[in-house]
Write a protein that binds this ligand. Structure first.
Ligand code: ADP
Ligand code: MG
Length: 257
């Protein structure tokens, strides 16, 4: 049996101080190398809080991890210093947000921003790699993308650029928090298909955060269902969807269009 690359155990997060309001309760799940794993649940169930806690990205000073551990290759992410987390974030663990503009600078070309994602490679070699990744992400004319600015791209294009940006440093894990929620339904599938194919090709594991059980069914191998701050059910996506054990999971399945 493979060792998990990420092992989240009993993580609880609270906001505020007097009194603190606990929003997640003993959240546990594991992600194995190269797998496409989903954390699914309604808005407000604690998905983003859980994933952001892993990377030290919780809002400060209001949010606090009050218990638990998150071992990445045996090292607890929750105990790391800001500096140690910076070494991991964007390199070993990449993040894709709901709004691609969160990751992109509107006043710089796509080329300069993608080059920044691989600083240690000579620019010529780096550009070759970026071009080949852009082609793989469905851009027939990579030069047009490279010389363009974010505002010249559609939402779906921007999210595919963010996927490329996340993958070029060859991370072991990508955390994608509702990466297609802001996109038209017709574009969502195309973007997730690119993420799935490219992650598979580079053997990168993906933690997909979504409220959409349809996406879980179509793209993921295993799923953890989150409800009111707790994981209520975990298993192979296929099993969970065909034979949900929890009433809440059935409700999410019933909402699949
Ligand atoms: P999800 O990503 O599943 O939609 P979140 O993880 O964003 O949900 O939120 C989980 C809970 O934490 C919600 O009850 C939300 O109101 C609360 N929460 C999130 N961010 C903050 C914040 N900055 N201050 C106070 N409470 C917050
Ligand atoms: Mg969220």
């Amino acid at each position: 049996m493979n060792e998990p690359i990420l092992s989240v155990e009993n993580v609880s997060v609270a906001f505020g101080v007097s009194p603190p309001k606990q929003v997640t309760f003993d959240v546990s799940f594991e992600i194995f190398p190269g797998e496409f794993f989903a954390l699914v649940g309604e808005s407000g169930s604690g998905k983003s809080v859980t994933s952001m806690s892993l990377l030290g990205l919780l809002p400060r000073p209001s949010a606090k991890v009050i218990s638990g551990s998150a071992k990445f290759h045996g090292m607890d992410l929750l105990k790391m210093s800001t500096k140690e987390l910076q070494q991991i974030r964007g390199k070993k663990i990449a993040v894709i947000f709901q709004e691609p503009m969160q990751a992109l600078d509107p006043v710089r070309t796509i080329k300069s921003q993608l080059l920044e994602a691989i600083p240690k490679i000579p620019p010529k070699e780096a550009l070759e790699k970026i071009r080949s990744f852009l082609k793989s992400a469905g851009f027939a004319d990579p030069e047009r993308v490279l010389n363009g600015y974010p505002c010249e791209m559609s939402g779906g294009m921007l999210q595919r650029i963010c996927i490329v940006m996340a993958l070029i440093p060859e991370p072991e894990l990508i955390i994608a928090d509702e990466p297609t929620t802001a996109l038209d339904v017709t574009v969502q599938a195309a973007v997730l298909a690119v993420l799935k194919r490219m992650a598979q090709e580079s053997k990168t594991a993906v933690l997909l955060i979504t409220h959409n059980m349809g996406l879980v069914a179509q793209y993921t191998e295993r799923v953890a269902v989150m409800h009111l701050g707790r994981i209520v059910e975990t298993g192979k996506s296929r099993d969970v969807i065909l034979q949900p054990q929890e009433a809440y999971t059935q409700k999410l399945i019933a909402a699949i269009p």
